[in-house]
Structure formats: structure tokens, C-alpha cells
Write a protein that binds this ligand. Structure first.
Ligand code: DC
Length: 208
């Protein structure tokens, strides 16, 4: 089974996708980290055609053999990844790698274009959204920052770029289940997502 989770930055995608993968015993793939790893490689001066990106079974991200998993969530790569994500050559490579990883296996894949482009036949599609102010507050808490204003400004800029880019813009798939998480606690969203997966799969408890 394929579960696609899409939504803007800090909408709760990673927490929900991880919880679903744990609950159902599926592989979890955070595709944003793939774009971040590419941005890191390019910032180090490695040309795209010499970038080798691998995702291990344990969920580690290797860039030309080096484990960069824990270096990817920085403000510079927030911006850098959003920029490289507008490039057709980058997206084509990422999409084919993502499809390869999902082939013949149960996966929860999280990103911006999973339900619309990467896995259009996913059995379950969830689109998470939240007000920009709420997302900026969440991001500030995650990164132990007090000043919300610059984070909010950065989120708005990224949102604009992600939603308006020519190729695979951030958009809910027409058959996605949309959840606004602004006023909801994370556990509430996770329980709703688990219930939705079970309903879609037409079965009771695990395995789906
Ligand atoms: O989910 P994230 O914030 O880590 O993603 C980083 C950037 O990568 C984001 O600005 C948009 C881009 N991205 C994308 O275009 N498509 C995806 N499937 C995942 C991320």
C-alpha cells in the first residue's frame, strides 16, 4: 500500500507520516530531505550529474557515500532546497528515485507532489495544512528560536515558491483527504489519519 502525505512546510507532515509508518509497519520516506541533500551537494560545488543520492533501509541519506542526514535541517537549506526544487532536472531525478524506492513495498511518502505526481495511484492521500502563523510557531519551537517574525517571513516566501512553481507545484490531489491542523493537537491529527487509512483500506486493524 502507498500512503502519500503532502502539505506546506511545518504543517505536521513529518510527525504524521512517521506515526503512520510506525503504526502500520511501513517504510517512511521524507522526500524533502532528498531536495535538501541535493541543495547541500550543489552548495559544495558538486555538479548535479555527479551527485549520487542514496536512502538506506535505516532511513539515512547518503550524498556521494557520506551520511548527511543530520545536516539537512538548516535555514540555509530551507531556502536552498526550495530553490533547487524548481528545477526540472532535479525533480525528474528525485521522482524516479522515489518511485524506485516505493516499488513493490508498503510506504508512507511525505512531500509536496507525492499524491499529485510521484504516486498518483496511492491508495491513501492526505494533505495537511495550517495557517502560516501556526506553522511559524511550530517551526520556532522545533528550532528553539524565540523570534517568530523572520521564520514567518521565510515560510511565506517558501510557500509562495512551492505553490507557484511551474513544475509540480504544491497542490492537494483532487482525491486527497484535506486536514487543517491549525486548531488540532498532533495526537488528534495522527488518530484521524490512522482512522482514514483504515477506512480507505477497508480493513480493521493492522496489517493494512
Ligand atoms: O519538506 P521540506 O520542508 O523538508 O522540503 C524542502 C523543500 O523541498 C521545500 O521547500 C519544497 C521542496 N520539496 C518539493 O518540492 N517536493 C517534495 N516532494 C518535497 C520537498
Amino acid at each position: 500500500m502507498h500512503i502519500a502525505i503532502d502539505g506546506p512546510a511545518a504543517s505536521g507532515k513529518s510527525s504524521v507520516a512517521k506515526a503512520l509508518a510506525d503504526h502500520f509497519g511501513f517504510l517512511y520516506l521524507e522526500t524533502g530531505r532528498m531536495y535538501r541533500a541535493v541543495a547541500l551537494g550543489l552548495s559544495r560545488g558538486i555538479p548535479l550529474d555527479q551527485l549520487r543520492l542514496e536512502v538506506t533501509e535505516a532511513g539515512r541519506f547518503l550524498l556521494n557515500g557520506e551520511d548527511v542526514t543530520d545536516e539537512l535541517h538548516t535555514p540555509a537549506l530551507d531556502r536552498g532546497s526550495s530553490e533547487v526544487a524548481t528545477r526540472r532536472d532535479v525533480r525528474e531525478r528525485m521522482v524516479s528515485l522515489q518511485r524506485e524506492i516505493a516499488e513493490d513495498r508498503d510506504v508512507v511518502m511525505e512531500g509536496r507532489d507525492i499524491g499529485t505526481v510521484v504516486l498518483p495511484n496511492a491508495e491513501v492521500k492526505i494533505f495537511l495544512d495550517a495557517a502560516p502563523e501556526v506553522r511559524a510557531e511550530r517551526r520556532a519551537r522545533q528550532r528553539h528560536q524565540r523570534d517568530i517574525e523572520p521564520i514567518l517571513e521565510d515560510l511565506r516566501r517558501r510557500d509562495r515558491r512551492d505553490r507557484t512553481r511551474a513544475i509540480s507545484p504544491l497542490n492537494p490531489a483532487s482525491d486527497a483527504h484535506i486536514i487543517d491542523t491549525s486548531e488540532k493537537a498532533l495526537t488528534e491529527v495522527i488518530l484521524a489519519a490512522i482512522a482514514w487509512v483504515k477506512e480507505r483500506s477497508g480493513k480493521g486493524d493492522t496489517p493494512v
